[in-house]
Design a protein. Structure first.
Length: 251
């Protein structure tokens, strides 16, 4: 079953006809429930624009986007924040934690906005905090913990709402190699439990943890590869080969 469907999506930024910028030319793809998809491409290829449109932070100029049977182009502006809370989880490169809240309250924030009961919030937090090893961090504040610990807190915040889709925007960009590997292994674990993930990354090593990789160039999808039965090392080699071909316009 598809969680996400994009059909002929275009996004044009323009003050007038002379200054228009075509960020997305023609994007079509679907993401099945339980998939783990990576999106790769050079800077300016349209990755961030695409993610912002899926996240309802921007709207497509044309084409259709359906998330969990909701047409995002027809979603009223007043309902977008509620829609994001109920259907999407976000893991950002810069964590987006509030320093005035302790880590527990940062995690609870989307549930508080959704008026979830406190016992329910604690019940949801308990297994996630244990799985991501952050129980000892809950009463501390973001400025008191490391970057890797912040990213684990942010990941719990994304997962605690039980979203239809987790959107990860360069989630390993601010992490060292050790914490990068820990986060990517976490994504693999939650994906194995059925969580759908769409991750934008410039890192081939990060993409090799996914099950499918899409390559974007000049606002269009040029290529895709599947992990299938390949080992992660074999899949990484395929990703690197595709990136090299993309750069040389051979894809």
């Amino acid at each position: 079953m598809n969680v996400l469907d994009l059909n002929h999506v275009r996004r044009i930024f323009a003050d007038d006809k002379k200054n228009k910028v075509i960020a997305l030319k023609d994007i079509s793809f679907s993401v099945d429930k339980g998939e783990y998809v990576a999106i790769m491409g050079e800077s300016g290829a349209g990755k961030t624009t695409l993610l912002n449109i899926i996240a309802t932070l921007d709207k497509a100029t044309s084409g259709s986007i359906t998330l969990d049977n909701f047409d995002l182009n027809k979603l009223p502006e007043k309902q977008t924040a509620k829609f994001r809370r109920e259907h999407l989880g976000f893991v950002f490169q810069n964590f987006n934690l509030l320093d005035t809240f302790n880590n527990r309250d940062n995690i609870f924030l989307p549930l508080v906005l959704a008026k979830t009961s406190y016992p329910e919030m604690e019940q949801r937090l308990r297994p996630l905090a244990e799985q991501l090893d952050i129980k000892s961090l809950l009463e501390r504040y973001p400025h008191e913990i490391s970057g890797g610990q912040k990213q684990r807190v942010a990941a719990v915040r994304a997962l605690i709402t039980k979203p239809d889709l987790v959107l990860a925007d360069e989630p390993t960009g601010a992490l060292d190699s050790h914490n990068t590997e820990n986060l990517l292994q976490l994504f693999e674990r939650v994906n194995a439990q059925g969580q759908t993930i769409l991750m934008v990354t410039h890192s081939a090593a990060a993409a090799s943890h996914s099950k499918r990789t899409l390559f974007i160039k000049d606002g269009q999808i040029y290529h895709e590869i599947f992990k299938g039965d390949h080992s992660r090392a074999e899949y990484l080699k395929k990703i690197m080969t595709s990136l090299a071909a993309l750069s040389s316009k051979e894809v």
